[in-house]
Design a protein around this ligand. Structure first.
Ligand SMILES: Cc1cc2nc3c(=O)[nH]c(=O)nc-3n(C[C@H](O)[C@H](O)[C@H](O)COP(=O)(O)O)c2cc1C
Length: 358
């Protein structure tokens, strides 16, 4: 199950310490201007390095192998590849046979019977670099329709930016992808503290899609909110998803939670822009909750592949808070879902089909 999407589909390949990673994006309409600088910029937003992320140094230089001619998509599958440059598999020599608590080592080994101890192999979030490349193509399609997807960090551990103070224009200027400049230092201090204590912390990513037309989402089993949740929960370390004010809505009455409708639009947006699994034309708002990074430098109890109990003492390079770079991945997944839903929605009415064929 390495593929995602129905019409605008992508497949990723590669492991953390393998030779290369990449993706094949299929269903991309012909004629989209493919901006390679934009794709690389997206890769750079997610890539490791920087003061508040893992110190693994990767250029994440992306190369397009197919599907683009003279700067435009040809309608055939777009294959993109990036080569791993900074694998240090020896960092994992001392934990070769043991399972890191909180990581996927235990489940992957029990499922497949093969232990790729080099950085977690396919279970590593290094795979998400390929999703960002695919997401960049989706964003170019969305841009043609003025649809934009934005993201950032709304919360780190117990420090939370109130919803009304989320500033989606700030995260691209913030080293910790924060959604409010007054919280940059607080978030940095929390990440630094966790790192100094050889520990890790979690965080919440807020996402917004603007200019989304009414009608995206395929009831009953491919609803927009269901597919967005699936997409977000497929990201490493994501543990919960909230659409609109989904969680706090349980404490409200219907009269408070309903978004009243006027000819100028909805009076509020508690629904997060989705009703009945279909976009209602308002902004799509959602949140993704990331757990603390499993690989920490504190001694923990574990077992090895021979069921022997021992101590897990890690070396190597790890993100102290994965939510930060995870925000770029979540944004890419949102763009990929919206691109898929746009194409699927085109055949929902006879009148649409007639527009194409008459
Ligand atoms: C951008 C990103 C970077 C990550 N970096 C690390 C890391 O450096 N070390 C680590 O142990 N986990 C890291 N993770 C999380 C693990 O990949 C994830 O927790 C693991 O695969 C287990 O899956 P689960 O947490 O979804 O159950 C990262 C996740 C993301 C989204």
């Amino acid at each position: 199950m390495n593929s995602f999407g129905q019409r605008f589909k992508f497949t990723t390949f590669g492991e953390s310490h393998g030779k290369a990673l990449g993706c094949v994006v299929d269903g991309v309409p012909a004629g989209i201007k493919i901006d390679e600088v934009f794709i690389q910029n997206e890769m750079n937003r997610r890539k490791p390095g920087g003061k508040y992320a893992t110190s693994r140094k990767e250029s994440d230089s992306i190369e397009i192998l197919s599907g683009v001619f003279e700067g435009y998509s040809t309608g055939t599958s777009i294959c993109m590849i990036l080569f791993n440059e900074n694998q240090k598999s020896r960092d994992y020599d001392n934990v070769k046979d043991l399972f890191r608590p909180g990581h996927a080592d235990f489940t992957y080994y029990n499922k497949y019977g093969i232990r790729d101890y080099r950085g977690g192999g396919r279970s590593s979030a290094r795979e998400t670099s390929a999703r960002v490349a695919a997401g960049a193509i989706a964003k170019m399609l969305l841009k043609e329709l003025d649809i934009e997807v934005k993201s950032g960090i709304s919360s780190i551990k117990d420090i939370q930016i109130p919803n009304e103070d989320l500033d989606f224009s700030h995260s691209s200027n913030s080293e910790v992808y924060s959604l409010n400049k007054n919280y940059d230092d607080k978030f940095k201090d929390a990440i630094n503290k966790a790192r100094e204590e050889h520990d890790s912390i979690g965080g919440i990513v807020a996402l917004k899609a603007i200019n989304v037309p009414v009608g995206l989402g395929e009831p009953i089993y491919y609803k927009l909110d269901a597919v967005l949740s699936n997409a977000m929960m497929s990201i490493n370390a994501s543990k919960a998803v909230e659409i609109g004010n989904g969680i706090s809505s349980v404490k409200l009455n219907g009269s408070q939670n309903n978004d009243e409708i006027t000819n100028d639009g909805f009076k509020s947006n508690n629904s997060g822009g989705i009703l009945g699994g279909i976009s209602n034309g308002d902004d799509i708002n959602m949140k993704v909750y990331f757990k603390p990074t499993p690989s920490i430098f504190k001694t923990q109890d574990t077992i090895d592949i021979n069921d022997k109990e021992l101590k897990c003492e890690l070396k190597g390079r790890h993100d102290p808070c994965v939510a930060t770079r995870g925000s770029v991945v979540a944004e890419s997944m949102m763009a990929l879902v919206l691109a898929d839903m746009l194409l699927l929605n085109m055949s929902s009415k006879l009148s649409n089909i007639k527009k194409v064929y008459n």
